[in-house]
Design a binder for this molecule. Structure first.
Ligand code: ADP
Ligand code: ZN
Length: 208
């Protein structure tokens, strides 16, 4: 399994990726998670990335691309991978194409988890994330059901930032749908169904 997950913020990419990882043992390559880990660890990269992330802007490509390239070399990624949150603009998609080409790897699919912007705004404003493991749930969740970590509201899940992230998605990331249609590997699932149904649809699309 070598796939890219596409979809707006809060479409469910992270949730679906975690399920695929648990069932198939492939690598979950989430640039959002990698960047948040760098911020938390206070690395030079994290320090540079933080101001962009807090504002809901994209972090410069140069910072993100190397993270992904390194992650693709790791051992678990040799069994397959799910790219979540990358690529996020056309330049990143073109870089990824050439990197995979060099590695002799072909993507099986780019899966768009399709969710209407109004639904996204509602979901993100009530989203809480586990500080320890990244699990996401609703506003009523104070303790992570998976690891008992503390659930918090990400800075970029605050209302003023959500609108901006959506705009960034529409202008920069949505065009990738056409990019992967051109490569004939785009597949779309309806992301406004239950998590279980979305998961089943994804597996069906991948013939799993
Ligand atoms: P979401 O998909 O819910 O917006 P992510 O966790 O994927 O959240 O990303 C959070 C933030 O991290 C983004 O708003 C952006 O600032 C940064 N980021 C993540 N992936 C990328 C990427 N591929 N390129 C540039 N910035 C990124
Ligand atoms: Zn947790």
């Amino acid at each position: 399994m070598k796939i890219v997950l596409l979809g707006g913020p809060g479409a469910g990419k992270g949730t679906q990726a975690q399920r695929l990882v648990a069932e198939f043992g492939v690598a979950h390559i989430s640039t959002g998670d990698l960047l948040r880990a760098a911020v938390k660890a206070g690395t030079p990269l994290g320090k540079q990335a933080k101001s962009y992330m807090d504002k809901g802007q994209l972090v410069p490509d140069s910072l993100v691309v190397d993270l992904v390239k390194e992650r693709l070399q790791e051992e678990d990624a040799q069994r397959g991978f799910i790219l979540d949150g990358f690529p996020r603009n056309t330049a990143q998609a073109v870089t990824l194409d050439s990197e995979l080409n060099t590695m002799g790897i072909k993507l099986d699919a780019a899966i768009l988890i399709d969710v209407h912007p109004d639904v996204i705004v509602k979901r993100l404003s009530s989203r809480r994330t586990c500080k320890k493991c990244g699990y996401t749930g609703g506003a009523d969740m104070e303790v992570c059901p998976r690891c008992s970590g503390e659930m918090y509201q990400r800075d970029d899940d605050k209302p003023e930032t959500i609108q901006h992230r959506l705009a960034v998605y529409q202008s920069q990331t949505a065009p990738l749908v056409e990019h992967y249609k051109g490569h004939r590997i785009l597949k779309t699932v309806n992301g406004e169904q239950s998590q279980d149904k979305v998961y089943q649809d994804i597996k069906d699309l991948l013939n799993l």
